[in-house]
Ligand binder design. Structure first.
Ligand SMILES: NC(=O)CC[C@H](N)C(=O)O
Length: 229
């Protein structure tokens, strides 16, 4: 089965190539690159990735301007039609700014950029992105952001937890996120926003502190869910 994935590039994206490399490594298929100013997405997509970076220079708020770009209307329609969407870091910020996911990513509590590998606990094991994990399993995936402090009001946080929509939690909260939340799912589980970068963890670790393949498993989960659907 040909796997048709699109990677959206905004001015200032800097993880779009890494995302395309990760998708090709896992699926064997080249990802289709889509520019922010395009009004339409390619047809029959299996997956859309919103990559990390500094879209529009993080002006206004991280992700705010990208959320108003022409291609986002098409991404929102595709998500509403059930196409799986993964937003990583800046992509997660675009997902909250566009209303596809609740909450907001605020400036890190410590007011500094954080760039290191973190440990995550798997919270949800039923979405297309997380179905191959064990609950509370630990993943090691890098983060690199200054606006990763997940915020939502208490009612929203209770609702997310009640609906099993927290995908991942930081084992050691690196940015002040409410309830240690590192990744959030949409109500139907097919949109995932996460601050850690799975596309930077797709090869076996070359060193104790460098690399690792836990991120690859998120893409593998998605592919095996789609194949078995
Ligand atoms: N790596 C990234 O995607 C960075 C995201 C965002 N611009 C931030 O620093 O918060």
């Amino acid at each position: 089965m040909a796997f048709r994935a699109a990677v959206i590039t905004f001015p200032g994206s800097n993880c779009d190539r890494d995302m395309a490399v990760a998708i090709e490594a896992v699926t064997g298929e080249e990802a289709i690159r889509v520019w922010h100013g395009d009004a339409a997405l390619p047809e029959r997509l299996d997956f859309i990735a919103l990559p990390g970076g500094f879209s529009y220079g993080d002006y206004l708020r991280s992700g705010a301007m990208a959320a108003k770009s022409p291609i986002l209307r098409a991404v929102v329609s595709a998500a509403e039609a059930g196409v799986p969407v993964l937003g990583v870091c800046n992509g997660f910020q675009v997902l909250t700014e566009s209303g596809l996911l609740p909450g907001a990513l605020m400036r890190n509590a410590q007011q500094t950029f954080v760039c290191r590998t973190v440990e995550l606990a798997v919270a949800n094991t039923s979405s297309p992105f997380t179905s191959g994990f064990d609950k509370d399993e630990t993943l090691r995936i890098p983060v690199a952001h200054h606006d990763g402090n997940y915020f939502a009001d208490e009612d929203t946080l209770d609702r997310l937890e009640g609906e099993d929509r927290v995908a991942f939690r930081y084992s050691d909260n690196c940015n002040g996120s409410r309830r240690d939340i590192a990744g959030v799912l949409s109500a139907n589980g097919r949109v995932l926003g996460m601050m850690p970068h799975p596309e930077r963890a797709i090869e076996p670790a070359a060193h104790r502190d460098l690399g690792g393949s836990d991120g690859r498993r998120i893409f593998e989960n998605l592919v095996s869910e789609l194949v078995s659907a």
